[in-house]
Design a binder for this molecule. Sequence first.
Ligand SMILES: C[S@@+](CC[C@H](N)C(=O)[O-])C[C@H]1O[C@@H](n2cnc3c(N)ncnc32)[C@H](O)[C@@H]1O
Length: 228
Amino acid sequence: MALFDQEASTYDNWCNTPLGSFVDKVEKEWIAKSAQPQVGEKAVDLGCGTGIFTIWLAKQGLDVTGIDLSSEMLAKAQEKAQREDLAIHWIQADMNRLPFDRETFDLVIGNIVLEFVENPEKVVAEALRVLKKDGRLVIGLINKESYWGRTYSQKGKDNPDSVFAHAHFYSEQTIVSWETRHFASLDYGLFVTPENFENENQALELEKKLSRTAAKNQAGFIVARWNK
Ligand SMILES: C[S@@+](CC[C@H](N)C(=O)[O-])C[C@H]1O[C@@H](n2cnc3c(N)ncnc32)[C@H](O)[C@@H]1O
C-alpha cells in the first residue's frame, strides 16, 4: 500500500476550505509564473496525487500525463478528469525511475513531492533526463525555514501516522545545490499564515503586500526551476 492511498478520499477537502483555497491559488500563481505553460506542450506532473495541477495544465491546453505511486490518488484524479471530459494520461509509476524515454517533455512539474522521496536530487536528475532540450522543470516545495515548514514538521512529530512523519523539508540553500548545472531560479510565495488569515480576499491582498516587504526566507512556498 502506498503512503498516500489512505489520504485519497479526503485529500481534496483542504482545497475546499477558505485557507486551503487561498493556498491553492498562491501555489498555482507561482507555479504558472515559473513554468509558463503553453498550449500544445507535452507535460508531465510528477506525484500528481488527485490531479490538482494535472487537470489545471490540461485545461490550459497542454497534453498532460500524471504519474503517482498511489493507485488510490490516481483513481481519484482519473474520476475528476473524466467528470470534466479531459483527456489525460494517468500512469502508476515511481518518480525515481520514470517510464519515459529521454527528451520526451517540454515541461515537467511536481508540487510538494520531493518532500516524500529519499533522494530529491536524484529525482531532479531523472526529471531532467525526460525533458527535451530547452524544456523546463518546475517544482513547488514547502520552505523548511518558514512557519508552514515548521508546522508540517511538527505535525509529523506529533502524529507518526501522518504522511508528514515521512516528509523531509528543505531550505533554499539546499534546493539551489541540486543539479546546479541546470538550476535557473527560485520564486517565493505564501507569506500569509493561518494566524493572519481572515478570509480569501483579505489574505490575497496581504500576500501581495508581504511578498514585497517580508524576508524571502519567511515564504512558506518555494518554486524552483531548472532549464535543460
Ligand atoms: C503531497 S502529495 C502532492 C500531490 C499533488 N502534487 C498536489 O500538489 O496536490 C504527494 C504525492 O506524491 C506521491 N508520491 C510520493 N512519492 C512518490 C514517488 N516516489 N513516485 C511517484 N509519486 C510519489 C504521493 O503518492 C502523493 O500523491
